[in-house]
Design a protein around this ligand. Structure first.
Ligand code: ARG
Ligand code: ZN
Length: 857
């Protein structure tokens, strides 16, 4: 059944205190949950207390100390009639963690017992009102075999511990802060910690631990440094201090998502904790830093102020993503980070917004909330809050967030509460802006600049496309940063912020003797697509001269996108194609030789638009033609720029390894040179890559070389893949890379490779990282997934059917690529739809069936 936002009702009961008593074992864990319950005066009374449950067995129920039998089950839930207005309710339950392949609730990962409760996993551990607006303090006692579970962790502070009988021991934890059940956590197993401490601005000394398996300790330094940096940054930037004496992070190998912000006990996918030079790329280092910070920032945006219901998910996720983006901007290069974030938004969120799964950042209905942990809720959610910050300015925005935290500390709040706090604190009028919370779809802004006399006139027109369930849209306020460049001096008279808040608007600017060059949506000030009526020459001008790095990047991207679109539509003559390719090569040459650019930015500018993004810019895409045309351009650019690229590579090759921006930039540039060379001169590229692979003293260089080799035929490929595998056998995260490099390759036989790897002894459906490394990479490799035969579609549907029985949450994520069928040329489209229909006729989990039904439309 569908759950609707408008049906929200407060829960009839409050649960101010919760006590959990765990008897831990891998095969059978029992829990005694003791809840102090009282009528909620702010809710309609209900004489029945509904305790959610899922695949757990009730053992007994007591009310005020006496066993009662007047309860019944409804589905997985336990319904208990209560006569008075305050009671102590005790419910015992048991389940088998080792059989928990969904990885929701309490499960075993390499013998470590570990929980994941968000969104609705707590009900797989204990009977409880498993909804985020029921806040409680938790006291947790856990007991287990000391040999098997030497370390016993839960939320808050460790209050006492001791030895029991028959080789058992126990620990008792208390979390003084009110929290919803989704923030509960428990970990028990054989772990070791890197320990450190952090003293808050207010003088609280916090013990920090990063817990991992024995052999992984040396790879935790970067995680710990990132945590301390995040703690300091949040004090300085948002005025937020940590509020317990202990902060634990645990890394496990089997995890559906990146990480989880449980109060005082974050649980992480090892992928976002472990890093060293030998095994982690520069990108991995950044990801660890970003996710560690993200989970830390949730302590305020998520935990101290949580969500009233799951429709408000973006309240904590959108805001926390913005906070982690701003943090990473401050840690690394601000300009490069902004481009990366926009690239993620365009690759993951724009397609969502233009497809069958489109939903507003605050959805109106769902069947399975796990399906709404999306790029829309997270990344577009962050962009929406970023726009508020852009409109108010940093300082006033901070007044808004201060007011938000003050006003709602200890509460389960709504997106509306957040908007109102920003309005009141930052002094903005956001009445119309609220449409960003309710309307799905990426707005399109058409832009035209005219000149007459000494006046430049900017015409702006916005359209918000129809999305499922939302045929008609209202115009939204779109904040656009613009600059008008003088063509001769290549300067402008200052950046302006214009707000397009109507369907159309014309703005006039005086004092321009000639038509200026328009730079618009600078810094990507609004998450929209811009359709600009602009000449190729002006794009070349901006690509060379714009002082806003994002706008400069954008001009170069537009130059390429416009060209490839024209080429694919067949509207280019041979000479026209040659001329444009020449212009693109000129613009890239300018980037190569511009010594005002650092290599990190240079590397970023050399990345051509992805095939997925190109498809997204077309109403109906032909993935085969996109691939061929883009490869053709790469080959052509590689040839035209051969000498410059060679010199660039040679210079970067001299830079010794370090994590400094300059050295990272050099590695990024080398990778891009290899990518262009692979298209233009495969033999030369194989040579260069094999050489780089052989002498690499870090994973970034080794991986980028192997990525290129994996796409080329020849003996270098086989040798390098074998070497890499042997070198890292037993290191799960690096073997994941080995699978991913092959699944994401440009090799003509990639489909056969993936089929063979699916049978590899290291492949398993039980581990989400492994499944994603092979199959998600494959599903998002257009050249493989969209094989004209339809084989790629069938392989993904086969996977969904098999995985759905093991891990529905992860299986459901694979439906998305098939859901693109409406935007793909007819033959492939029919094949994609055919696989969705095949899925629809099978028995599926709630997660996967929701995605299949929505994808078919
Ligand atoms: N709150 C976590 C984070 O963003 C993600 C939890 C995902 N849970 C889920 N059921 N999908 O940091
Ligand atoms: Zn989050």
């Amino acid at each position: 059944p569908e759950i609707r936002r408008e049906d929200y009702r407060p829960f009839a009961w409050r649960v101010p205190q919760t006590r959990l008593d765990f008897d831990l074992s891998l095969e059978r864990t029992t829990v005694v949950a003791t809840l102090s319950v009282e009528r909620n005066p702010d809710a309609e009374a209900d004489p029945v207390l509904r305790l959610n449950g899922d695949e757990i067995e009730p053992l007994y129920v007591k009310v005020d100390g006496k066993t009662v039998n007047e309860w019944r089950m409804e589905g997985g839930d336990l319904l208990l009639p209560l006569s008075g207005s305050t009671h102590e309710v005790e419910v015992a339950s048991s389940f088998d963690p080792s059989a928990n392949t969904q990885l929701m609730g309490l499960f075993a990962s390499n013998g470590i017992l570990c929980s994941q409760c968000e969104a609705e996993g707590f009900r797989r551990i204990a009977f409880f009102p498993d909804r985020p607006d029921v806040l409680s303090t938790y006291r947790v006692r856990m007991r287990g075999q000391k040999a098997r579970f030497p370390i016993l962790l839960s939320n808050g502070n460790l209050e006492s511990e001791g030895e029991g009988q028959d080789g058992t021991h126990w620990a008792e934890w208390h979390d003084p802060w009110l929290k919803p059940s989704y923030l509960f956590a428990l970990v028990a197993g054989d772990l070791v910690a890197r320990s450190d401490s952090f003293t808050t601005r207010g003088g609280r000394k916090v013990a920090l631990n990063v817990w991992v398996r024995e052999g992984d300790l040396e790879r935790t330094e970067h995680a710990m440094e990132s945590l301390k940096a995040a703690m300091r940054w949040d004090e300085e930037t948002f005025g937020r201090e940590y509020d317990l004496d202990l902060y634990n992070i645990v890394a496990v190998s089997d995890f559906n998502m990146g990480a989880m912000e449980n109060k005082g006990l974050n649980v992480f996918n090892t992928k976002y904790v472990l890093a060293d030079t030998e095994t982690a790329t520069d990108g991995d280092y950044d990801a660890v830093e970003g996710v560690i910070a993200h989970e830390y920032f949730h302590n305020w945006s998520g935990n101290r102020v949580t969500c009233r219901d799951w429709f408000q998910l973006s309240l904590k996720e959108g805001f926390t993503v913005l906070r982690d983006q701003l943090f990473s901007q401050d840690m690394q290069s601000e300009a490069v980070k902004r481009i990366e974030d926009v690239r993620v938004l365009r690759a993951a969120q724009f397609p969502e917004d233009s497809g069958p799964l489109a939903h507003p950042i605050r959805p109106d209905s769902f069947r399975e909330i796990s399906n709404f942990y999306t790029a829309t809720v997270y990344n577009k959610g962050a962009e929406v809050i970023r726009m508020m910050r852009t409109m108010s300015g940093e300082e006033r925005f901070r007044e808004g967030t201060d007011l938000y935290f003050d006003r709602h500390d200890g509460e389960a709040a709504t997106c509306e509460d957040f908007v109102r706090a920003i309005e009141d604190g930052a002094g903005l009028d956001l009445e119309q802006f609220r449409l960003w919370y309710s309307q799905a779809g990426t707005p399109k802004v058409s832009v035209r600049l005219e000149h007459e006399g000494s006046t430049a006139r900017l015409h702006l027109v916005q359209t918000v496309p129809p999305t499922p369930g939302q045929p008609d849209k209202h115009p939204m306020p779109i904040p656009l940063k613009i600059a008008l460049f003088d063509r001769d001096s290549a300067t402008h008279d200052g950046e302006r912020l214009v707000i397009l808040d109507e369907a159309q608007k014309t703005l006039s600017f005086d004092g321009f003797a000639r038509l200026p060059v328009l730079s618009i949506n600078r810094g990507f000030s609004a998450p929209v697509t811009i359709e600009r009526d602009i000449s190729q020459d002006d794009l070349v001008f901006l690509a060379a001269n714009d002082d806003d790095s994002f706008a400069r990047y954008e001009a170069l991207q537009d130059l390429v996108v416009n060209h490839l679109k024209a080429a694919i539509e067949g509207s280019l003559s041979e000479s026209g194609r040659d001329r444009t390719r020449g212009a693109i090569a000129q613009a890239i040459r300018a980037v190569i030789i511009d010594d005002t650019l650092d290599d990190l930015m240079r590397g970023e500018l050399l990345v051509l638009p992805s095939e997925t993004y190109l498809a997204e810019t077309m109403l109906i895409a032909d993935p085969g033609r996109i691939h061929d045309e883009k490869e053709g351009l790469k080959a052509d650019l590689g040839r035209r720029l051969k000498t410059d690229l060679h010199a660039l590579y040679e210079r970067c090759e001299q830079v010794p390894y370090s994590l400094d921006p300059a050295a990272r930039g050099a590695r990024k540039v080398k990778a891009q040179v290899l990518v262009l060379a692979a298209a233009s001169d495969p033999a030369k590229a194989a040579d260069l890559a094999a050489h780089q692979y052989g002498r690499a003293d870090n994973m970034t260089d080794r991986q980028s070389a192997l990525m290129v080799l994996a796409g080329l035929p020849g003996v270098e490929r086989t040798d390098a893949l074998l070497d890499f595998y042997n070198r890292y056998a037993g290191n799960a995260l690096v073997i994941d890379k080995w699978f991913a490099l092959q699944a994401g390759s440009q090799h003509p036989s990639v489909l056969e490779h993936v089929k063979a790897l699916r049978e590899h002894s290291d492949f398993t459906l039980a581990n989400p990282n492994r499944v994603r490394s092979l199959m998600m990479t494959f599903a998002y490799n257009p050249h493989a997934f969209h094989a004209a035969s339809g084989e790629g579609y069938r392989m993904i549907a086969d996977l969904i059917l098999e995985l759905d029985r093991i891990n529905p949450q992860t299986a459901a994520r694979f439906v998305t690529p098939l859901g693109r069928w409406r935007r793909i040329e007819t033959e492939r489209s029919a094949l994609m739809r055919g696989q969705l229909e095949r899925l629809a006729s099978a028995t599926l989990s709630r997660d996967t069936s929701e995605q299949v039904i929505r994808s078919l439309g």
